[in-house]
Design a protein around this ligand. Structure first.
Ligand SMILES: [Zn+2]
Length: 204
């Protein structure tokens, strides 16, 4: 089961079906201690426990939620201003996040390709259901890589909300990668973007 359900820094305890097409994966952090984010001192003194329920990537066509047992530790350092802290799972999910980082990345990439509304419809079919508004938020949150300026730039419409509002997607046609997403389709916005960069050739 550990090999089938790989969750960063966590140990899978149980996997149970939920509803018609869902799985709940109970997991807990596998380390016996955690380091205080303020003073970096390790602690094994557990203050309390609670559960988080982030959505994760689908498995065998099933939508997946993790039932993650999280511990709050005491910081025992006498010089640390922090009394307690929650054990971090930074590779898995951000504090307060309702989806794992890998799910957010996948949903965002679908949004880049399909736009908000169509992306949300496709994601429902793929076992990663979410709203069109969330897809757009995840697209905006994607960290686009810093790369050399594209020599051939493709410019196309990108549906923020199909039939209602469109942005502009810029693609490096040689490297076959998304370069940036602009919030509208105006020539001025694209001109401003090009002025900031050295792009040799432009294709529509
Ligand atoms: Zn501390």
């Amino acid at each position: 089961m550990q090999e089938l359900f790989v969750i960063s820094d966590c140990r899978v305890v149980t996997v149970e079906p939920v509803g018609a097409a869902g799985l709940q994966v109970a997991a807990q952090v596998k380390h016996s201690h955690a380091c205080c984010p303020s003073c970096q001192q390790a602690s094994q003194s557990v203050h309390s426990r609670y559960h988080r329920h982030p959505a994760d990537l689908p498995s065998l066509g099933n939508a997946v939620h993790i039932n993650l047992l999280v511990r709050r530790f005491y910081c025992r350092s006498p010089i640390c201003p922090r009394w307690t802290f929650v054990e971090p799972v930074p590779e898995l999910l951000a504090p307060w996040a309702r989806r794992t980082r890998r799910l957010a990345g996948a949903q965002g990439q679908v949004g880049v390709t399909c736009g908000g509304e169509a992306g949300a419809r496709l994601l429902r079919r793929l076992g990663m259901p979410t709203s069109a508004d969330t897809v757009l938020r995840l697209v905006r949150a994607l960290s686009l890589p810093e790369c050399a300026p594209p020599s051939v730039l493709g410019v196309d419409d990108w549906a923020l909300r199909k039939g209602w509002s469109y942005g502009t997607i810029l693609v490096d046609l040689k490297a076959r990668r998304v370069v940036d997403l602009l919030p509208d389709r105006t020539a001025q916005t694209l001109t401003d973007w090009l002025i900031d960069r050295d792009t040799a050739e432009l294709k529509h």
